[in-house]
Write a protein that binds this ligand. Structure first.
Ligand code: SF4
Length: 150
């Protein structure tokens, strides 16, 4: 953990108690199919494994130094990052916060996704569903579960 977490916040959670065993930090790049798939797959993992086993960390709470986000992450057995594309925003933010990453997934690398920006077809009436393949969400979900179990 690096830096001073913001002072003066009410911390209602005590380190080591009632926490999640593992934390996923997923990018949520809502401007591309890869980022959306990373987020949807991460949610599916939490729904399947349950909140005792895993939760999704608040990625924005790291650079803003939100105390409960830091303490819950520090208490977790494993931190897995899930990024849609090679920019690896999630991994970089988690590393900059000083946390050790158990496994780092990149969907373009690890399940062979092709990144598609969502703005390219604006004006053609395509909706979000046209960009999101359920097979890729399922593949990403299985890759995350495997990474947590390694
Ligand atoms: S890793 Fe790629 S898809 Fe995810 S937020 Fe960053 S740029 Fe977007």
């Amino acid at each position: 953990m690096s830096g001073d977490a913001t002072e003066g916040q009410e911390v209602v959670w005590e380190a080591g108690k009632n926490t999640h065993e593992n934390i996923i930090y997923s990018c949520f790049g809502g401007m591309s199919n890869t980022g959306v798939t990373a987020a949807l797959a991460s949610l599916e993992v939490v729904k399947t494994l349950g909140l005792q086993k895993v939760a999704i960390g608040c990625l924005g709470g790291l650079p803003t130094q939100v105390v409960p986000v830091y303490t819950k992450t520090a208490a977790a057995d494993r931190v897995v990052t899930v990024d849609g594309c090679p920019f690896e925003c999630g991994r970089k933010v988690v590393e900059q916060a000083g946390f050790e990453i158990w496994r780092s997934l990149v969907l373009t690398r690890d399940i062979g996704m092709t990144k598609k920006p969502l703005n390219e077809d604006v004006g053609q009436g395509k909706g979000l569903d046209a960009y999101i393949l359920q097979e890729e969400v399922a593949q990403a979900k299985e890759a995350i579960i495997a990474a947590l179990a390694d």
